[in-house]
Design a protein around this ligand. Structure first.
Ligand code: AMP
Length: 450
């Protein structure tokens, strides 16, 4: 079982009152509990939610330009999908949300999307290869929440299945790299490594394990545990007491066979040709077990070190097979949307989009004229907002002002009888103009340069 079920409480918790609590509250006039988003999860409100969506739009456009199709796969997966691919990783054994559904089936809330996409690839067996897809959506990991680390977070990513051409590695990395650039980020660096494949890993793993066992007494307790499960992951330790041992550990690059070394060299020269700069990072390992050969991470130097990874990925040539498919090479990456937005804040780029309506309707005749005109304008492609509740001119003008709309349309009793409206320039100096109602749409369209 990946998660510690013994720690799950069957009693009620303060943050999740059940039906009985609600009954008690209503019977005894106890204050109704106020619910909060769960720890490590957040409501993303406007305009941040629009900013998040625009970021996904930029990513989608980069992917479209590079010939990637969209895939939407379920948030719920068979628990087995992740158990197959990450049995010795924290993401799967410690952090995954899993439960039994009402049919007794063991389900996981996906902690990442690569395994789901590969499961989908095996399930649908696409006829033409390479199969190039992109995705976006929420992931779930029961981590210790902190700035830039949440229990529900969003990723965008790509996966390519069916080719082990190093040019695919280069293309995948370039899609990520150009995406950061499109956002305006300049302080993202690419860390690159090769984790070898089955032709060289056994020899390297044996050497690494022997070295770590020889030094086990000096490793932190956490790393001694990791050593028992997966020696490679000890290299990922951030604990200070492990650093001396980790920095002298044998390196995968010294064990690469000619084939894997050649593949890695071709990836590097492809990146050089595109002028994509990278740092070789021979101790870079990734959080999941399935990575082989090219492995990379994108780190923002504008963010605090502890939480500066804004994306990562690599090859996973054995994954399709371990999920019941034919041997199929694959590569992909996942980028953390929440953290990329923090990097954008730190670099002061990619602001939230302007959400102000283009026009605000102030109706002093009861509200039905605003309804009619808003409908006409919106159908004509103009963003029109309006006041409600039959409020006074002063109150509605205040809301119009606060909305940021460059134009206000005022409909008073006089305008209603005469079939016209007053158009007011809220920011410029053209003042007010009286227009026939049927001229309004065209007049606004030309002023807004539609
Ligand atoms: P991974 O799937 O672990 O390779 O993560 C890919 C990217 O997702 C990371 O580089 C982060 O940007 C982001 N990420 C991973 N875990 C979290 C989390 N708990 N909260 C926010 N972002 C995360």
């Amino acid at each position: 079982m990946p998660c510690d079920r013994s720690s799950r409480s069957t009693t009620r918790t303060e943050s999740f009152p059940d039906q009985d609590d609600l009954w008690a509250a209503s019977l005894f006039a106890v204050a109704t509990p106020k619910f909060q988003a769960l720890r490590g999860t957040r409501d993303i409100l406007t305009p941040d939610a629009e900013r998040h969506r625009s970021l996904v739009d930029v990513f989608a456009e980069q992917c479209r330009l590079a010939g990637y199709g969209h895939i939407m796969s379920p948030i719920l997966e068979d628990l087995g999908v992740f158990l197959r691919v990450g049995e010795s990783t924290d993401v799967v054994t410690k952090e995954m949300y899993d439960f039994q559904d009402k049919d007794g089936k063991r389900i996981a809330l996906r902690p990442e999307l690569t395994a789901s996409v590969v499961r989908a690839f095996v399930q649908h067996n696409p006829p033409s290869l390479p199969w190039k897809v992109w995705y976006e959506g929420p992931q779930f990991r029961h981590e210790k929440p902190q700035a830039g680390r949440y229990r529900q977070f969003s990723q965008v990513g790509v996966e390519v299945l069916g080719s082990d051409d190093p040019a695919v590695d280069v293309e995948v990395i370039a899609v990520g790299w150009r995406f950061y650039q499109r956002l305006g980020l300049t302080q993202v660096k690419l860390l690159l490594n090769s984790l070898g494949d089955e032709s060289c890993r056994p020899e390297y793993f044996a050497a690494l394990e022997e070295y770590l066992r020889d030094h086990a007494a000096d490793l932190s307790e956490g790393s001694r545990d990791t050593l028992e499960k997966n020696p490679l992951r000890v290299l990922d330790s951030k604990r200070r007491e492990d650093q001396a041992i980790v920095s002298n550990a044998p390196l995968m690059v010294d064990y690469l066979t000619d084939d894997t070394a050649e593949h890695f060299a071709a990836v590097r020269s492809g990146l050089d040709e595109l002028a994509i700069t990278y740092e070789l990072s021979p101790r870079l390992v990734r959080g999941l077990d399935y990575y082989t050969r090219t492995t990379f991470e994108f780190a923002s130097t504008a963010l605090e070190n502890a939480q500066n990874a804004v994306g990562g990925g690599g090859r996973y040539d054995g994954l399709a097979e371990s999920l019941g498919g034919k041997p199929t090479p694959g590569i992909g990456f996942a980028l953390g949307v929440d953290r990329i937005l923090l990097a954008c804040d730190a670099e002061n780029v990619f602001p939230a989009p302007n959400l102000a309506p283009e026009v605000f309707l102030v109706d002093l005749t009861g509200g039905s004229q605003a309804a009619l005109l808003a409908d006409v304008l919106r159908r004509g492609g103009i963003a029109a907002d309006r006041g409600f509740d039959g409020r006074s001119m002063k109150a509605q003008m205040k809301v119009a002002d606060r909305s940021g709309a460059p134009w206000a349309v005022i409909i008073g009793e006089d305008e209603l009888t005469q079939g016209n409206v007053t158009l007011r320039d809220m920011h410029g100096d053209t003042g007010q103009t009286l227009l026939q109602r049927d001229e309004l749409l065209a007049a606004l369209a030309s002023r807004l340069a539609h």
